[in-house]
Design a protein around this ligand. Sequence first.
Ligand code: ZN
Length: 142
Amino acid sequence: MGLSFTENVRSDLEETSWVRLFSKQRRNEFFVLVAEEFVRDKFNLLFLDMEEKNYRRSLDVIFNEKSESDAGTDADVEAGKLCGRIHARFILTGRGIELMYKKFQNCNFGTCSGVFCRWRNVLPIGMSDTPGNEMVRLFCPM
Ligand SMILES: [Zn+2]
């Protein structure tokens, strides 16, 4: 399937205020913007409804269709987890890899302060597929 993306694609995700707030939280600046086409394709979200409780409500919060998304509430936390899982799938796609690579090149993930690493750009990695199990870590290619 030949989906074409451009850098200037405006997505519903970008426009919702929940996603804007979410992306400003600590560590969430590591996220790239997930293409709307990716989220709208139900195949890409397969089985997430079984793994995430209140899946439907979380999607509503992400798309801002209901206003029960006050920071720190259960709905907010669950929406954040779902967002993380969708993002984890998205960055395995060609477009996702490309966006992550750009962030890596632009040094958006930071640099390594190791003596022999010469401030080499680092890459965030997840040690577990289960949300909340592990904090994000930074991998130094040196
Ligand atoms: Zn290093």
